[in-house]
Design a protein around this ligand. Sequence first.
Ligand SMILES: C[S@@+](CC[C@H](N)C(=O)[O-])C[C@H]1O[C@@H](n2cnc3c(N)ncnc32)[C@H](O)[C@@H]1O
Length: 221
Amino acid sequence: MMAGEALRRTTIWEPSVYFTLGNESFHFAGHDISIRESMDTYGALIWPGAIALCQFLENNQQQMCLMDKAVLEIGAGTGLLSIVASLLGAWVTATDLPDILPNLTFNLTRNTRGRCRYSPQAVALTWGRDLERDFPHHSYRYDYVLAADVVYHHGCLEELLETMRHFCRPGSRTTLLWANKVRFQADLSFSERFQSCFSATLLLELPQQGVRIYKATASRE
Ligand SMILES: C[S@@+](CC[C@H](N)C(=O)[O-])C[C@H]1O[C@@H](n2cnc3c(N)ncnc32)[C@H](O)[C@@H]1O
């Protein structure tokens, strides 16, 4: 093959979707947001549930007013949702596995410094582990618990549910907002368990993205 022909062949294919490697940009709550991503772990990528819940919170600020509210995010990943909650005026604790915290902290800091009423904190929280020791319910009460795409291919669904129940218990007056893309049959089974554990309502379904957003409170309130 001649050099010119090889060159022509290599220029035939062109990507139709462009991705700025390592950074994703958004505009929510009146601010440009830049998120550093990486292919290293699931927690360093932005998932559709987070984007859907950010959009929902921005569009429904009267119904879900986060101003001066205490907000906990579990499985925060890159931090996009916690950043938007902070920009909407909430006092945010973003949690995830210890390994995820450096990138989470980086994204929180660069997108909220000087822009928010309260600086968000990044804290390690492994689902189901030492919850009462690290977050005793008599001292930690949140108005909202946020969870985006925390149900996917992993073996910690019981621990996830236990964590949700720890923070959203009878008498806590905590509202849990859970957004998830439905991918597998197991996701639907978890939705059924979730709905039997809490007083839950389907707030929004986005058929194109396959994402559902649920609102839940403790059953016996
Ligand atoms: C699919 S990612 C979603 C990330 C982010 N919420 C989003 O929607 O972009 C799931 C997140 O849950 C976290 N996670 C998985 N298992 C966990 C566990 N056992 N305890 C705490 N976090 C966990 C992962 O580290 C990851 O950040």
